[in-house]
Design a protein around this ligand. Structure first.
Ligand code: ADP
Length: 535
């Protein structure tokens, strides 16, 4: 049983306008609000920036009692509470940033009905003082923000999220629960429903597409040059540059200072004070560019970020879409650009190889998680390499349907010319077959280029007919060719870490002369290079 009050439409819109200044709900918001107001649990899957917080805030204001919002993000709690308070909503937060006296005071106020919305960190749900206070009042709603943290299949599993179900079990009445996330995989969804104990929840998925975002992948080995080039054409706009390590953040930020850009930085190696200052400088437009690791961004509400550039490839598409999605929250056209170089794949592997096991998980669970990370990395790399529509690639990964072309990504807009690369491809494919499909790109390229080294000699590859048939080509060129063949699915990398190359069915058709290979011309893959050399 619950005490949810059915609010009429007028109330809903009145609250929306009075407290938030909006006249209409965005897609999905109203369904979630209606569900929560009628006492039905809801699972809202909406991309970053869609407006999840507004769903539980409006509901909280219309229901009798106090709404608890469970959130892992301390900075977000503070910002949201400040914003709500400024609008005249009685709100507070309970997390580790409060000392004992402040915590007690907030609890007393909560028990005395002084708040309408209380943000609480999941760790606090175990505190007996908190449980006592919570059982003495009417809880209208429990909103679980970043609900995917409950699932070990999600990328941000937080064991403290498991406290939520235990806490709910302590309450005299089962409250209405709203779970909110931007992660939509089936496994994660099932875990959220099961672990949080949602009863017949209304599932609202708004779809992941963000039509105002332009996606591009730029393959480059000269990232800093490329970055400067991109920034010079975006002189008046705010943007974020994500790097995979603190060291790179420092390097890129120094480069931008040096070139006179208005930039600041954010990573876990800086003091709390400096992080806060730099974040504020960016949010309040005192600095135009934020160079940061992925520690930056969760819960930051800056709506006019015009570009998000990834200086390094993130570890998976979930992270990428979440970080890139911080661009254009105001609905205006914005760019999401990923700079991709081969080194990125090695760095990503390094991170996986050096992943600390989670002490709260068993060995098998840790191993399963590792495997999942490897699989996710594979999808991330595929995004960087695909020649198909980037938006379609990403949306399909998240389970949405998508047209084959969006005309708003670098692949759809590319006007690259193609050339007939059948003969060169046959040389490479036959070398892979003749060496037994047991080697990686290095051995294949050494053999094709006729490089005599110990490895090639020991293996006897210097006696193969394919030995030296591309002796005039550079290693880079052959690697690029192999990459293109992989992208076009004529070969496939098999195995983790140092994968070997195998020829696919399509590749065999090329070898048998049944299929032509049309490749896109890049700087490296010049047409002239495939004009057969007279030998
Ligand atoms: P999420 O939590 O889904 O990432 P937020 O709740 O932070 O998204 O909302 C993103 C932005 O959208 C905020 O600036 C918020 O004020 C704005 N917003 C939310 N709902 C609406 C609405 N109905 N109309 C206009 N703007 C909205």
């Amino acid at each position: 049983m619950n005490h949810a009050k059915k609010a009429d439409t007028k109330d809903k819109y009145a609250v929306l306008e009075r407290y938030f200044g909006y006249r209409s709900f965005r897609r999905g918001q109203e369904d979630v609000v209606d569900s929560l107001l009628s006492g039905r649990d809801a699972l809202a899957i909406m991309p970053t920036g869609a407006g999840k917080s507004l769903c539980y805030q409006v509901s909280a204001l219309l229901l009798d009692g106090v709404a608890l919002v469970v959130s892992p993000l301390i900075s977000l709690m503070k910002d949201q509470v400040n914003a709500l308070t400024a609008q005249g909503v009685k709100a507070a937060y309970l997390n580790s940033s409060l000392n004992d006296a402040q915590f007690d005071k907030a609890l007393r106020n909560m028990a005395n009905g002084m708040y309408k919305i209380v943000y609480v960190a999941p760790e606090r749900l175990k505190s007996s003082r908190f449980i006592r206070a919570a059982t003495s009042i009417r809880i209208s709603l429990i909103a679980v923000d970043e609900a995917h943290c409950v699932s070990q299949w999600g990328q941000d599993f937080r064991p403290s999220y498991l406290n939520i179900a235990e806490f709910i079990a302590e309450l005299p009445q089962h409250p209405t629960i709203g779970a909110f996330t931007a992660t939509a995989t089936t496994e994660v969804k099932q875990d959220i429903v099961r672990i949080l104990g949602l009863r017949d929840p209304l599932e609202v998925t708004t779809g992941f597409d963000r039509p105002n975002l332009f996606f591009s992948v730029i393959r480059t080995s000269q990232k800093s040059k490329q970055l400067l080039y991109l920034l010079f054409s975006r002189m008046n706009n705010s943007g974020i540059i994500y790097c995979s390590t603190r060291k790179t953040v420092e390097k890129v930020c120094a480069l931008l200072y040096d070139k006179g850009f208005s930039a600041t930085r954010y990573h876990a190696g800086l003091s709390d004070e400096e992080r806060r200052k730099n974040q504020d400088d960016f949010v309040y437009d005192r600095k135009r560019i934020m160079v940061a690791t992925n520690a930056f961004g969760m819960g930051i509400d800056k709506s006019d970020v015009r570009f998000v550039i990834h200086y390094n490839m993130p570890k998976n598409l979930e992270s990428y879409y979440q970080e890139a999605g911080r661009a254009g929250r105001d609905g205006e056209d914005s760019d999401c650009i990923l700079l991709f170089g081969h080194q990125d794949i090695q760095t990503a592997w390094y991170f996986i190889d050096h992943m600390e096991p989670n002490p709260e998980l068993s060995d098998e669970q840790n191993e399963a998680f590792r495997k999942k990370e490897i699989e996710r990395l594979g999808h991330m790399i595929a995004y960087c390499k695909t020649r198909e529509c980037l938006r379609a690639h990403m949306l399909r990964y998240f389970g949405d349907s998508a047209d084959d072309r969006c005309d708003k990504c670098s692949n759809c807009r590319s006007k690259m010319k193609t050339f007939d690369a059948t003969i060169e491809s046959q040389k490479i494919l036959s070398c892979i077959v003749k060496t037994g499909q047991r080697f990686g790109a290095r051995v294949i390229s050494d053999t094709l280029r006729g490089k005599i080294n110990d490895r090639v000699r020991t293996l006897g590859f210097d006696r193969l007919s394919t030995f030296g048939i591309m002796e005039n080509e550079k290693k880079k060129y052959i690697n690029e060719m192999i990459d293109e063949l992989e992208r076009m699915d004529y070969v496939r990398y098999v195995g983790a870490g140092y994968p070997i190359i195998k020829v696919t069915d399509a590749g065999w058709r090329v070898l048998r002369g049944e299929e032509k290979v049309m490749m896109i011309q890049t700087d490296l893959l010049r047409t002239s290079a495939v004009i057969q050399k007279s030998k």
